[in-house]
Design a protein around this ligand. Structure first.
Ligand code: NAD
Length: 379
């Protein structure tokens, strides 16, 4: 008997991605996995029902339960608590979960005896790269951030020599050169801007320079656990503020992507720095969802202060839904390979390092320590 995988239509506002694209369905069918897709699940990402049917999926009418009999459920956005409670008892869910902000859903999943794998918890080891959905979606977000910056900037990005005079290139400053920041840098370079970037991890310098951008150096190296940044000391923060404020004042577009896992986003651009910007300057704050890197950012809104436009976009990957879904779907295919045995059955022990690290709930319990603590110790 083959494994039944269900792909419900995403219900979160603004969510246009789908967990599996038809191309993945074709490959899963070859591995004897039965795929059920709720009608319309892929339509916002431009994957019609007919493409899923053509790939061998069973398309289930919208509203009737695509989840019935499913052993594995694949989603993009964390399920709302009511949605979580409807998941088949004992099934497996693979999804983004953002556990600290979705505690009610985590509780509902534990109660429904669902084994939940949260993609944010995936260890960033080489073997997990193919399933690293944080990276694939950050790539999309970084690209979109630069395009948003260019769209709102009243200037050309490239240098132009024309009969109407010479145009100087725009200056783009990227704060935080992780996955999203590096993609933002690469996109701004392709558009012809002069790009500078800064990150607290010194290792990012080499990557920034290899993209042809200038790396702003400080004596700080705040590389913490697992390749992520650690929080800065007060003295380091003061050094950082001084350098950042000088760079900010020169920029036409500032793209901020700085994050420290599990903490509020570091505040890099103060309201005084915004006041020092040229009118027409644009800030795209990718950390809007985790509190913002700019003091004046409002999540999900665009604000204008003294001629400076500050964008706090939410869910940027959803603005490029076709490729974001294609990349996410490939990540899920790789993850599923860990859950399926050679005999085509589901693994019964989640002992693999990657499975063990990303397991959020199982057997009625919350397995992830920090989330369990936030829930007060019990599901
Ligand atoms: P992230 O989203 O957690 O943070 C974005 C960037 O913000 C990071 O580069 C971080 O150093 C930077 N930052 C934090 N505080 C800052 C501050 N005060 N000022 C300036 N910058 C600040 O990071 P991410 O993009 O998810 O990547 C984090 C790390 O993980 C990187 O080293 C990346 O190369 C690594 N990574 C490894 C793998 C893998 O090996 N499989 C996969 C993806 C990413």
């Amino acid at each position: 008997m083959s494994i039944v995988v269900a792909v419900p239509k995403e219900t979160a506002p603004l969510e246009r991605r789908v967990a599996l694209v038809p191309e993945s369905v074709t490959r899963l069918r070859k591995a004897s996995v039965e795929v059920r897709v709720e009608s319309g699940a892929g339509s916002a990402a431009f994957f019609p029902d007919s493409a899923y049917a053509g790939a061998g999926a069973q398309v289930v009418p919208e509203g009737s339960s695509v989840l019935e009999g499913a052993q594995v459920v694949l989603k993009v956005a964390p399920p709302a608590p009511a949605e979580a409670a409807r998941l088949p008892r004992g099934s497996i869910l693979v999804s983004f979960m953002n556990p600290s902000r979705n505690l009610d859903s985590v509780r509902a999943l534990a109660r429904a005896q669902v084994s939940t794998f949260a993609l944010e918890l995936l260890p960033r080891i080489t073997r997990a790269q193919g399933m690293d959905a944080l990276s694939s979606q950050a790539t999309v977000a970084g690209y979109r951030a630069t395009l948003l910056g260019a769209e709102h900037c009243p200037k050309f990005f490239p240098m132009l020599t024309t009969a109407a005079g010479t145009i100087r290139p725009s200056r783009v400053l990227v704060l935080g050169a992780g996955v999203a920041g590096l993609m933002a840098i690469a996109t701004a370079k392709r558009l012809g801007a002069m790009v500078e970037a800064y990150d607290v991890r010194r290792a990012a310098g080499e990557q920034v320079r290899s993209l042809g951008a200038k790396f702003l150096e400080l004596s700080i190296n705040a590389e913490g656990q697992g390749g992520y940044a650690r929080e800065l000391t007060p003295e380091e923060k003061a050094q950082e503020q001084k350098m950042v404020s000088e760079a900010v004042a020169q920029a036409d577009v500032i793209i901020t992507t700085a994050n420290v896992p599990g903490r509020k986003a570091p505040r890099l651009v103060s309201k005084e720095m915004v006041a020092s910007l040229r009118p027409g300057a644009v800030i795209v704050d990718l950390a809007a969802e985790s509190g913002g890197n700019c003091e004046l950012t409002r999540a999900g809104e665009t604000v204008t202060v003294n001629g400076v436009t500050i964008l706090g976009p939410l869910n940027l990957p959803s603005q490029l839904p076709t490729h974001a879904s294609q990349m996410y779907s490939k990540n899920l295919e790789s993850f599923l390979a860990l859950l399926v045995t050679k005999e085509g059955t589901l693994v019964t022990q989640f002992s693999d390092e990657i499975l063990a690290a990303s397991l959020l709930t199982q057997g009625g319990e919350v397995r992830h320590g920090p989330t369990r603590e936030l829930l007060g110790g019990a599901p």
